[in-house]
Design a protein around this ligand. Structure first.
Ligand code: NAD
Length: 305
């Protein structure tokens, strides 16, 4: 018997089902195709299914068809109700995936929903990780997302090569639901940061300072942030095409507000920003990028919209 590895077959990559091919799910699933995985996808929009097929994946006609032969099922849908809709019921993932499959939910949802899903899946022999992400559409396209994971160490180890094709900072944060708790904190920090940047933009413009120069130098100092780097052009060009929709950030501010109340943590500044996000949405801006918080500050300051 030879002791060289020359004849050993390459380890087979798990077959992947991807449910939810939106702003994030499309580029993320395509990165897995590029990394050599077989990806079968399902989503509600036909053009997104066509896009996956054109990228080298396989378009399925239903969740059941997508997950039937999958070793790993990844979900990336808007919120808890959609995760429950695709996971449960006769047409859902738990009824139709193989026993032994690993279900990785990368949507941003309530920690409670993730814990409940892990329990329900265990009865079917399906393992679960919550693995929400941060980094936005650009982070998804560039495969540099931060991935915050909740669940068992062994399942995390199984999923690690998949995560490495999607992101750069990949951390197991604790048991089921922990990834979502960390993501809720992430959304708090991002919203407050955008709000501070938006207030600075209005202040600088009203003061007659060159905004491009000001944001450049601010971003080089302690006030600099990934938010400012990624959203600077949105502010400068009043370009609020999503990106990350206000509707979704409103959902996330609800998650963090509720989770913080449950553990007795006060979020006074977060509460104000949550109200501003809600107000923007109530005024019809829910479909805009979250950098549109600038519009809320402009309204308050009587500045240009
Ligand atoms: P999106 O609205 O662009 O996409 C959601 C996708 O889910 C859609 O393609 C839709 O067809 C699919 N979907 C919904 N219900 C479905 C069902 N029953 N069956 C199959 N598919 C279904 O949303 P997105 O911006 O890609 O966000 C997805 C998740 O990622 C959200 O939880 C969001 O909070 C989170 N997130 C988004 C960003 C961002 O910048 N967009 C960044 C980090 C995290």
């Amino acid at each position: 018997m030879s002791d060289t590895h020359a004849d050993s077959p390459r380890p087979t990559r798990p077959a992947i089902a991807w449910i939810g091919l939106g702003i994030m799910g499309s580029p993320m699933s395509e990165n897995l195709v590029k990394a050599g995985y077989d990806v079968t996808g399902f989503t509600l929009e036909q053009d997104k299914l066509d896009r996956l097929a054109a990228a080298g994946g396989t378009a399925a006609g239903s969740i059941a068809e997508a997950v039937r032969d999958a070793d790993v099922v990844i979900t990336m849908v808007p919120a808890s109700p959609q995760v429950e809709a695709i996971a449960y019921g006769p047409d859902g993932i738990l009824e139709n995936a193989k026993s032994g499959a690993l279900l990785i939910d990368m949507s941003s949802i309530t920690p409670r929903t993730s814990v409940d899903l892990a329990k329900a899946a265990k009865d079917k022999g399906i393992r679960v990780l919550d693995a929400p992400v941060s980094g936005g559409e650009a982070g998804a396209v560039e495969a540099v997302l931060s991935i915050m994971v909740g669940g068992e160490q062994a399942d995390f180890d199984t999923a690690k090569p998949i995560f490495e094709a999607l992101g750069r900072t990949i951390v197991l944060c604790g048991p089921h639901g922990s990834g979502q708790t960390v993501k809720a904190a992430n959304q708090l920090i991002v919203a407050v940061n955008i709000q501070a940047c938006a207030e600075a933009v209005v202040f600088l413009e009203k003061s007659g300072v060159d905004l491009t120069a000001a944001l450049d130098v601010l971003n080089g100092g302690l006030a600099g942030s990934t938010v400012l780097t990624r959203k600077k052009d949105n502010f400068l060009n009043r370009d609020f095409k999503p990106g990350f929709r206000i509707d979704l950030h409103h959902k996330d501010m609800g998650i963090v507000t509720d989770a913080a109340r449950n553990v007795g943590a006060a979020l006074p500044v977060g509460a104000v920003v949550a109200q501003l996000v809600a107000s923007l949405r109530a005024q019809g801006d829910g479909g805009l990028d979250h950098s549109a918080l600038l519009r809320a500050v402009e309204r308050l300051s009587g500045a240009r919209l």
